[in-house]
Design a protein around this ligand. Structure first.
Ligand code: F6R
Length: 250
């Protein structure tokens, strides 16, 4: 793992955006695995800016998103499809048909999940997978449990995830209780992985992902087994790495 600790959220976002932009410039028809949530918002803003300045084109890029809430329509302002449209897709030249977000309204979840994995396999897997991390160590919505789940699947969200995401909804009761999430097979199949995090509340999860016991109890710890992971965090999220003396690139 190459680890970068940046001074704050903006610097973390800018560095994450440079890694994604570098991937697109190197391989204009790359497959990006994308995440939603507070973590990537800043990076998406940089990518949109650079696109508007004529520095970056998404016209040949394909994207697959990690997850979507079960029961939310794409038009729901807290759906992950809506997030992707408003934070990235609507502002760049990506071809709409080349973007995939799991369908939270599918009536046949098992078949949908199998097709999602088959699509990712048909692309030769993702070139660069962007990940945030939950306070409990989840990546995608692979919550802590007894085993790593390989396939895309329907997951019951952990209570701590529902608590954390309640900030986006009118009330905690409005937070969906389930999501469709890529499994560890698709995530670990990515050629490169970029894990980003900011804020003190992510410090334990980042420490666990980078140096903890590799265990489904901390899903992010599986990343230690991937040969090409870049971790970009701000000082607060990286504080326990510093305290543990983990060597960092910058
Ligand atoms: C989102 C996703 C989640 C988030 C994680 C952190 O697509 O897969 O794993 O990355 O819950 O969320 P934020 O960035 O809002 O703290």
């Amino acid at each position: 793992m190459r680890i970068y600790i940046e001074k704050d959220y903006d610097a973390m976002s800018r560095r994450a955006a440079t890694v994604i932009a570098g991937e697109i410039l190197h391989n204009p028809a790359c497959v990006l695995g994308l995440a939603t949530g507070s973590t990537p918002e800043g990076a998406y803003k940089y990518l949109v800016d650079w696109h508007k300045q004529g520095l970056l084109s998404f016209k040949d890029v394909l994207s697959v998103n990690l997850d979507e809430y079960v029961g939310l329509a794409p038009s729901h302002d807290q759906s992950y499809r809506y997030f992707m449209q408003s934070n990235l897709f609507d502002h760049v030249d990506i071809v709409p048909e080349n973007t995939r977000v799991p369908d939270g309204l599918t009536k046949a979840p098992a078949a949908f999940c199998a097709d999602y994995d088959a699509y990712i396999r048909s692309l030769g897997y993702v070139d660069m997978q962007l990940l945030g991390i939950g306070r409990n160590g989840h990546i995608g919505f692979n919550e802590p449990g007894d085993c790593f789940v390989k396939e895309t699947h329907v997951v019951d969200l952990a209570e701590s995830t529902i608590d954390a995401n309640a900030r986006f909804f009118a009330s905690r009761d409005d937070v969906p209780k389930q999501a469709i999430s890529m499994g560890m097979g698709a995530i670990m199949g990515a050629k490169k992985i970029l894990l980003a995090a900011s804020g003190e509340e992510k410090a334990d999860a980042i420490l666990g992902a980078v140096t903890g016991t590799i265990s489904p109890r901390c899903p992010g710890s599986i990343l230690q087994l991937h040969p090409n992971v870049v971790v970009i965090v701000d000082e607060a999220a990286g504080s326990k790495l510093r305290a543990a003396g983990v060597s960092v690139c910058g």
